[in-house]
Design a protein around this ligand. Structure first.
Ligand code: FES
Length: 155
């Protein structure tokens, strides 16, 4: 019984612990928040959830995928995508890229790699933390898959 409840408890605890720490930035590099008004170009990013639900998110070229989701007010629909504010702690921005797109992405920094590879559903050649991937013009129309955070997560 305890084990069945663990993912739920863990998720709530995780949210509480990280909720107050959203403004701390990571270790490898730091990014601007991308909230300035230099809206140059927008592409469409398709998200497919673990339960099959599909969403389209407009992504401004140059901001990261988490910022795109937040700007589109889609965070909740995408299972709190980017919950920690891009600090590379929550891994709630974990998504799978299609192999041909994955190959075009800049390499992960050590911190992203550490957290991504720690995930139970990590897939080499597909997994990235969306908060660490900037939107590019070439991403127009790509599809990202968001896996379950826990094996027994509800749909
Ligand atoms: S937003 Fe938390 S790790 Fe990416």
């Amino acid at each position: 019984m305890f084990l069945n409840k663990f993912p739920t408890i863990s998720l709530r605890l995780h949210r509480r612990l990280l909720g107050g720490l959203c403004n701390i930035r990571g270790y490898c590099d730091s990014k601007e928040n991308g909230d300035d008004e230099k809206k140059v170009e927008t592409v469409t990013i398709n998200f497919v959830m673990h339960n099959g639900k599909k969403y389209q998110v407009p992504g401004i070229v140059g901001i990261d995928l988490r910022q795109a989701v937040v700007k589109a007010d889609m965070m909740e629909k995408l299972d709190d995508f980017g919950f920690c504010g891009g600090n590379r702690w929550c891994t709630y921005c974990h998504c799978f890229f299609e192999p041909e797109v994955y190959k075009t992405l800049p390499e992960m920094c050590d911190v992203e790699k550490y957290y991504a590879e720690f995930l139970l559903n990590y897939k080499a050649g597909a997994s990235r933390l969306g908060c660490q991937v900037d939107v590019t013009k070439e991403m127009d129309g790509i599809t990202l898959f968001i896996p379950k955070r826990f094996p027994d997560q509800d749909d």
